[in-house]
Design a binder for this molecule. Structure first.
Ligand code: I3P
Length: 123
């Protein structure tokens, strides 16, 4: 039986606590509910964990996997009263807002995710 631990580990580009709100799933609008998530950027995914301690577990349930291939990222001032909010829209029509009070942190993440989208969408 193949174990999760047998799967090759993808390199982690960034990891940090960020505020995340999923506002739609497969094109269907969801009630906005901000949560502080342990956010891990790999070479082609954004992994959202409820607990920093829980990253051994496969994302699922309260955690989430955002596929970045074919996604779109943009800053938004309209979708939230919060500052430094960017939106990720996946190619399956799920929308996530990501926010943190530090502009430099938000900017670093937005740039890194945009690069990841570009490189994972090309190949
Ligand atoms: C929402 C909650 C969110 C807020 C959202 C509210 O209320 O206060 O924090 O988003 O505003 O609707 P509730 O908890 O009752 O669902 P921001 O913090 O991003 O502004 P919105 O409806 O204007 O998106």
């Amino acid at each position: 039986v193949l174990q999760e631990s047998d799967l090759p580990q993808k390199p982690v580009e960034l990891k940090e606590h960020l505020n995340v709100a999923k506002i739609s799933e497969s094109g269907k609008k969801q009630r906005k509910n901000w949560a502080l998530m342990w956010t891990v950027l790999t070479s082609d995914q954004l992994l959202l964990y409820k607990d920093k301690q829980d990253t051994s577990q496969k994302p699922g349930g309260k955690t989430d996997v955002v596929q970045l291939c074919g996604a779109v990222i943009e800053w938004t001032k309209e979708k939230s009263s919060r500052k430094n909010v960017f939106q990720i829209t996946t190619n399956t029509g799920s929308e996530y807002l990501v926010q943190t009070d530090s502009y430099s942190t938000a900017n670093k993440w937005c740039d890194a995710i945009r690069k990841t989208i570009d490189s994972s969408t090309k190949d």
